[in-house]
Write a protein that binds this ligand. Structure first.
Ligand SMILES: Nc1ncnc2c1ncn2[C@@H]1O[C@H](COP(=O)(O)OP(=O)(O)OP(=O)(O)O)[C@@H](O)[C@H]1O
Length: 387
């Protein structure tokens, strides 16, 4: 069902529009308003999939209605109805965000095609928004501590730029989460987020993984293959555990960053790439540089912006929020209601030594949900939360 609102002061035209729409499709639920003020009022109180709005009306004209509606409900498409003499205004309304305009007296075919197109677009916009919400919910960053607030502020500022970011912190502190966030909040969010765990790939394969290879470049290269830099074109490449990358791969990454070009292993053809690199490490890269294991020039290329994710032990005030967040999530995954934790149990968990590891905390919460009583008690924590 599609809910359509017709805002038109001339009753004859309003009636024609309403009738045409109702006859066209039984699933169109059409409502009417006889002036802009009433139209906006309806728009405030109810959700519509489409608005048809006259431009010239007494009290409040169509342009004003459109502007206010863009503020209130920007996802609702507007089709403007223009009479003699306001064609220029009709064109202008497109710049203000109107989907399209039709002229009076309305041409039946044009009207119905425009209505269908606008409704299709609305569906797409809504589906897209839902998808985005789902994604950003998955990467929700829980915490109200100054450390987390600071990271959220930095992400807001840094994400829309193309600046490279180096994220540091111990294991399981949430570095990958921060990288996802930077991508989601950037202009690159519709392009891929590609992750490479540099520590998990044997050093002899890392170059081919990152840059691809051509057939015959080495024994197992039986066909041409694109690397992760190419896969991340227009998007974000997340180089996790960058401190574990071999020196020869580092040299190639440096070149890719300097020239925005890569070449596949075994080929000297350059391929242009547009990639934002976000890297992460749990190592002290200054120490790695001092000991000759990490290139200083690469460090400076990567660490334009530095984000340090604090250990959980440095932000214990976030532990109760994380416990209830994980309890809800685990309940959702297992199709059960979230299990309550007693205040004392939470307080006890808050004192544990977690170093940085949020993953560890999640595991403990899961264990307590499975093994603990109806309400998780300090006794349960003592029994089951040992690491
Ligand atoms: N602030 C947070 N709020 C909610 N969940 C979090 C938060 N930080 C981390 N997590 C969750 O904890 C787990 C570990 O986080 P993540 O993988 O981002 O850490 P990491 O620092 O990249 O780990 P590693 O060093 O092992 O690569 C993930 O499941 C992540 O969703």
């Amino acid at each position: 069902m599609s809910k359509i609102l017709v805002i038109e002061d001339e009753s004859a035209i309003r009636r024609v529009l309403v009738r045409i729409l109702r006859e066209e499709n039984e699933s169109y639920q059409v409502e009417e308003a006889e002036n802009g003020v009433e139209g906006l009022d309806r728009l405030r109180k109810s959700d519509y999939d489409l608005v048809l709005c006259d431009i010239k009306m007494p009290r409040m004209d169509g342009v004003e209605v459109l502007q206010e509606a863009r503020r209130l409900k920007p996802e609702v498409p507007f089709i403007m109805i223009s009479g003699h003499g306001d064609l220029d205004t009709a064109v202008q309304t497109m710049r203000l965000g109107a989907f399209d305009y039709i002229s009076k007296p309305p041409d039946l075919n044009r009207l119905l095609t425009t209505v269908r197109n606008a409704l299709d677009r609305k569906e797409l916009v809504v589906a897209n928004q839902m998808l985005k919400k789902k994604v950003s919910k998955n990467y929700e960053m829980i915490g109200e501590s100054p450390g987390i607030k600071n990271i959220k502020e930095m992400v807001e500022k840094v994400a829309p730029t193309d600046a490279r970011v180096l994220i540091t912190g111990s294991n399981g502190t949430g570095k990958e989460l921060v990288a996802h966030w930077i991508h989601e909040k950037s202009g690159r969010s519709t392009a891929p987020f590609v992750e490479v765990n540099c520590a998990a790939i044997p050093s002899e394969l890392i170059e081919s993984e990152l840059f691809g290879h051509v057939k015959g470049a080495f024994t197992s290269a039986v066909r041409d293959r694109a690397g992760k830099f190419e896969a991340a074109d227009k998007g974000t490449l997340f180089l996790d555990e960058i401190g574990d990358m071999s020196l020869s791969a580092q040299a190639k990454v440096l070149r890719a960053l300097q020239e925005n070009k890569v070449s596949r292993v075994g080929s000297d053809k350059d391929i242009k790439v547009d990639v934002r690199v976000v890297a992460a490490t749990n190592k002290d890269l200054q120490k790695e540089i001092a000991e000759g294991r990490f290139r200083e020039d690469l460090y400076h290329r990567l660490a334009v912006i530095l984000i340090r994710v604090p250990d959980l032990n440095e932000r214990r005030e976030d532990i109760p929020l994380l416990i209830s967040h994980f309890s809800g999530k685990i309940g959702e995954e297992q199709g059960i209601a979230p299990k309550p934790f007693s205040k004392e149990a939470v307080a006890l968990l808050q004192q544990y030594d977690w170093t940085g590891n949020i993953r560890e905390l999640r595991n403990v919460v899961e264990r307590l949900i499975i093994l603990g009583g109806k309400e998780v008690s300090p006794e349960d924590v003592r029994l089951f939360a040992s690491k």
